[in-house]
Design a protein around this ligand. Sequence first.
Ligand SMILES: Cc1ncc(COP(=O)(O)O)c(C=O)c1O
Length: 373
Amino acid sequence: MSLKLNKRVEKIRPYIPGKPEEVLKRELGINRIIKLASNENPLGTSPKAIEALKKEITKSYFYPDDTYFSLKNKLSKHYNVPADWIILGSGSVELIKMAASLVLDEGKYAIVSKNSFLMYKKVVQEFAGDEYIIWVDTTDNYEYDLKGFEKALLNSGKNISILFIANPNNPTGSYIPAKQVYNFIKNTPNDVLIILDEAYVEYADAEDYESGLQWIKEFPNLFLIRTLSKAYGLAGLRVGVGIAQKELIDILMKVRLPFNVSRLAAIAAEAAIDDKDFLELSFKTNKKGKEFLYKELTNIGFKVFPSQTNFLMFIPSVDPKELIKRLEKEGIILRPLDPFEIPEAIRITIGTMEQNKIFIETLKKILKEFKNV
Ligand SMILES: Cc1ncc(COP(=O)(O)O)c(C=O)c1O
C-alpha cells in the first residue's frame, strides 16, 4: 500500500461485531436463526416508533433538523436536564469517538479496563496510539476495579486525559455500586474527561446501582452516555444520547458531523422514548428470561455470572469455541469472548422466552453429543 497512512491506523484492527443473522442464513441455508449475540432487543422495535417511521418515510429526501429541537426537548424532559446539555450520536459509539477526539493526542493517556467494551481501546488507538493506553485489570470475577483506576491516576506519573467506565459492563454484565462510582468521580482530577457509559442502565435494578445522571450538575468533566439500541429496540437506526454540562456539550458540538442522526432515526427515537409500555415489557421479558437462563445454565453445571444487563456471561464446562460452532450449526448465534480477553467464556443475549427455551433444549442435545464423543 503506497498511501501515507497515519501510523496509528496501522495498529487498529477492524471491530468484529456479533455474527449477523443474514450471514449465518447464507452459510447454512436455513431460515430459523436465533441471534443472541449483539444484545439487541428480542421484542423488536417499539410499535410507536414503527408508526412514526411509517409516517415519516416519505420525507426521507429532506435532511433532518440539525438542531434536533423536537427530540432534544423530549429527551430534556425525559432525563430532566436542559436541552443544551444533550448531544446526539449515530449510536453511542459515535459519542465515544467524539469524546476521545476532543482530548486524546500523542503523549496523552487513557485509562481503560480490561474485559470491557472494545470501542474504548479502538478510539484511543485512533486518536493517541496503542502505547497510550493504561490497562487496568478486572477483579477475579472480571469486575471493574476502580481502585486500580485510582492507582493509575495517582501513581502512573502520566498525562492522563480520559478514562472509560461501562456501568453496567459489557461483556461481563457486572456493575459498580453507585457509592463507589460517585467517590471515584469526586476524587478524579477535573481535567480528566470521564466517560460513564450506561448502555444497559434500563435493565439494571440492583439496590445499590444508580445512574450517574444525578451527578452531571456537580462534575463538569463527566460525560454520560446512553443508547436507544438496547431497551428501546432501535439498534438498527443508530441513536445515542450524550449528557454533560453545557460547556462540555458545546465543545463536543465542534466535532459533531452535521445531520449525524438520520431523520428517520430521530423521529423513531422520539416515539420510542414515549413508549413506556414497550420499555416496561422489555424490562420484564428480560428479567424473566435472565432468571430462567441463569438457573438452567447453572443447573447444567456452567459458571454463570450475575448480570444487570440484557445478557449473561458464562463459562461452559466444554470448549467454548466448539460449543459456539455446534450451536451455529443449529442456527443459534452466541458471542465468543476472546476479543474481550475472556476466551474461556461466552456471552448470550437474553431472548424471548421461546428463544431461551429453544436455546436450552438445543444446548442439552449438543452436550449429550459432546459426552458421546
Ligand atoms: C457498553 C456499551 N456501550 C456502547 C455500546 C454501543 O451501542 P450503540 O452504538 O448501538 O449505541 C454498546 C453496544 O453493544 C455497549 O455494550
